[in-house]
Ligand binder design. Structure first.
Ligand code: NAD
Ligand code: UD1
Length: 337
């Protein structure tokens, strides 16, 4: 089976490409490289030991997408391409809606033209807003507090509408919790542009000496130590969730919405300690103000993924931190080095 991986040069897409190829799928990567480098693909090729078909293009361009479908008989799409910085989405909402929402709609339109009607979409736990309890189940109320989150909710709804209009579509909406970690080789990993927004790259850049200290956003939440609690999931476990979804997609009778998380929550300070253990480096931090829009606690109930995908996360926070450290210490400047 040939799979189109949009955003396949990015963080989660590159890890998923490896597992897809290892599972026997053929992969075509489609990316505009707005937030990725070609070096990541070169390194993925080195890991899998073969060349990967890559088409540079934008999901908002029908012409770019048609080139893919004319050149390849695509059986299913894993749709990672999108912009993902929450703060930036508040400053540039139209860019986010155009890229994430319009881009996804154009993708579905062109898929339909070529009678390719299976798609796995990267959604996010951000669609649960501030949940009233944890662990979070898939049927919890949905809300968004920023354009990024709203773009994910909108695409989920667009895909459900697409199914209502044509029940031949096979749709899986995967809601990721907090992806961290890196491939065990240490050659690919998360390579954020500029100042990282997310905790893990900030911790690792502090440990490697690129940042002076981590600002811990609030220590007065109602949590184990007052700092925010999240469900960190190893990116390779997350990637495996996509392979399991793809293996089963033809059997799904209707759109599936599935949490991909571990079911365990860890605080910011617990993650700092785990990283210090893994790296044997000190991670300096200072307590700072709460970050606007943050919630106290967020972790998944992953039992539905176990039931319908026969999938569960295997890697714990020590392995996540060890793998991030291997990637960060071997590539202190990311793919540029
Ligand atoms: P990433 O930025 O590393 O990867 C996204 C890729 O999409 C990049 O390679 C980028 O160049 C490409 N891209 C962006 N816009 C494009 C366009 N218009 N046309 C073609 N390519 C385009 O991000 P990631 O962390 O790998 O995330 C992948 C997906 O998962 C995104 O949709 C993101 O919103 C979602 N997600 C990520 C997280 C996370 O914390 N990383 C959490 C939940 C959901
Ligand atoms: C953030 C996004 C969310 C997105 C998710 C993707 C916001 C408000 N939310 O979620 O929409 O889906 O990333 O992974 O941006 N922290 C610090 N110092 C830092 C960075 C983070 O203390 O420098 C804390 C945060 O307050 C939080 C935890 O670390 O408690 C995790 O933060 P982060 O990695 O940004 O993820 P989320 O807040 O869960």
């Amino acid at each position: 089976m040939k799979i189109l991986v949009t955003g396949g040069a990015g963080y989660i897409g590159s890890h998923t490409t490896i597992l897809l190829i290892e599972a026997g799928y053929e992969v075509v990567i489609f990316d505009n490289f707005s937030n990725a480098s070609k070096e990541s693909i070169r390194r993925v090729e080195a890991i899998v030991g073969k060349e990967i078909a890559v088409i540079e293009g934008d999901i908002r361009s029908r012409e770019d997408l048609r080139k893919v479908f004319m050149a390849h008989k695509i059986d299913a799409v894993i749709h990672f391409a999108g912009l993902k910085a929450v703060g930036e989405s508040v400053e540039q909402p139209l860019r986010y809606y155009d890229n994430n929402v319009n881009g996804s709609a154009v993708l579905c339109e062109v898929m339909s033209e070529y009678n390719c009607k299976s798609i796995i979409f990267s959604s996010s736990a951000t669609v649960y807003g501030d949940p009233h309890t944890t662990p979070i189940l898939e049927n919890f109320p949905l809300s968004a507090t920023n354009p990024y989150g709203r773009s994910k909710l909108m695409v989920e709804e667009i895909l459900r509408d697409v199914y209502v209009s044509d029940s031949e579509w096979k749709i899986v909406l995967l809601r990721y919790f907090n992806p961290v970690g890196a491939h065990a080789s240490g050659t690919i990993g998360e390579d954020p542009n500029g100042l990282p927004n997310n905790l893990m790259p900030f911790i690792s850049q502090t440990a490697v000496g690129k940042r002076e200290y981590l600002s811990v956003f609030g220590n007065d939440y109602d949590t184990v130590d007052g700092t925010g609690v999240r469900d960190y999931i190893h990116v390779v476990d997350l990637a495996q969730g996509h392979v399991n979804a793809l293996d089963r997609i033809k059997n799904f009778k209707e759109p599936m919405t599935i949490n991909l998380g571990t079911g365990n929550g860890y605080s910011v300070l617990e993650m700092v300690e785990a990283f210090e253990r893994a790296s044997e480096k000190k991670v300096s931090y200072k307590i700072a103000e709460r970050r606007a829009g943050d919630i106290a606690t967020c972790f998944a109930d992953p039992s539905y993924a176990k039931e319908v995908l026969d999938w569960e996360a295997k890697r714990g926070i020590d392995e996540m931190c060890e793998d991030v450290w291997r990637w960060q210490s071997q590539n202190p400047s990311g793919y540029i080095s």
